[in-house]
Ligand binder design. Sequence first.
Ligand code: HEM
Length: 506
Amino acid sequence: MHQINGFYGVAVVSLVVWYLLSQPMRAHALVKRKWNRNSVSLAVREGYKSITKVTGKPFFVRYWARDYLVLSPKYLPDVRRAAKEDLIFVDTISDVFFMYNWIGSLFKSTRMQTSVIKGINPRLPLEAESPWYIAKLSYGMLEECDFAMKLELGDHAAPKEVVALEVLTSISLRIMARVLAGTQLSHDQAFLNGANDYFGGNFLTGFIMLWLPFPPFLRDIVAWPLWKYHLKFRQQRVIEMIMPAMAKRMQEHEQAVSKHGDGEYDAIQTLLDLIPELPLDENADQSPVHVLSHEILHLVSSGQSPAISVTAALFKMLAEPSYLAALRSEAEETVKRNGWTEQILNELPLMDSFIREVHRFHPSFVQLPIYFSRWPYSARGNAHCLCCRGAQMDPDFIVDPEKFDGFRFMELGKADVRQEDGVNRWSASHASYSNMTFGYGNHACPGRFISIRIIKIILSRMVVDFDISWNRTDGEPPRFTMEGLSVPNPTQKVTFQRRQAPVYSS
Ligand code: HEM
């Protein structure tokens, strides 16, 4: 009997010791989540208010099944200085959705990022001395936007009611597909539907896996049929749709057929141009055509992000029609002067400011996960978050932060002497403490310049060509938030009716 009691005693003590040792040694507080859909955002908001603002310290939040250290703004100068190789964003994306299961080694190469930074970037095309690149990108976007709007919203005077986020996602995806994957694929409805399903499937599969009550390594095993399905029937299917176009372009590229202005200029071109600098892995299981097609699919997936911004801006304009009137007047004047040309994108200061304020109020990432491979402040592990919403609503960085003031950044830009350097640090694409929608530092989104252009093109077309209304009288609809991500209400309907506006030439 004594022996049995002794055995249970030792077992209980061992269990307690094991439990205590298995708990992370936290140098900082863990802010607990309450169980609702918005719990990560609320916990981060609470931590920022009660810990960061009071003590200046970071805090932990459990998020996508692991603990992230949410950094206070005092670490942002270190984030800005961190070398590119010491700070990694793409791996966090692969982890938060458990995407490593179906994307494999996709993020091992930096070809995708480099092709955007050096190529699909209106500020820095691969051959910067050739302005035709920029003109070609803008022409393609303007043309594709007009085409997509006629298709989705009709080319007639009858009103059309649509689910806003859904339709604007189709329009944005089509425009980005043109810029990233060329004309042929951007006009291929099966490809666009497949890319859309794949992108949605990343979220769906990731969220189902998150809710499975298993630790990470078991979760991957138990959910094997689920992610295998996603890999085979969503991802592989679209990669195979891209492969013939990619094979043709590779052949043309080798023969230097489409190196200059008469050919396509898109991310396929820039990926191919980068191969000498960032060669393909000769020992990879998949063929070069497959690898590059996979990279294009991932870039095209990012084409849906501008729709989130456009929809948020649309809801704000409908909730406060004085903004709609002012933005319409600015866009009409600009288009009247320039036609639907590249030039309009440089002449929309009110819209630029409005977009930045919408992003400040409604960042897609409430906090942004990043990994540091080398970081003096690492507590345990390397998972950190930038507290985007906290900084953007902090009175230390922005006057009267709780007030939505759509044109504040235009006023700040006008008053800022730094504009003499040609850099407007209040523009929508400039990453700063009050503008962290696109991240911060060396890894800030390289697609932000093209994204802001696309957002402006869609918004301008929308306000110049359409009367827009909805059936709400109570302001903006609630946003959909989940695990720190935030998107405009996905079911809100909006009615578009073509205006009898003058047709300005393209
Ligand atoms: C409104 C639209 C978009 C938003 C809000 C957005 C947001 C972001 C954010 C927050 C990051 C992480 C930055 C960081 O770690 O500091 C990022 C990275 C990235 N984005 Fe975007 N993005 C958008 C559109 C795009 C587009 C259209 C492209 C492609 C053309 C793109 C390509 C990338 C790439 C390649 C990275 C990884 C950069 C790196 O790791 O160095 N993004 N984006």
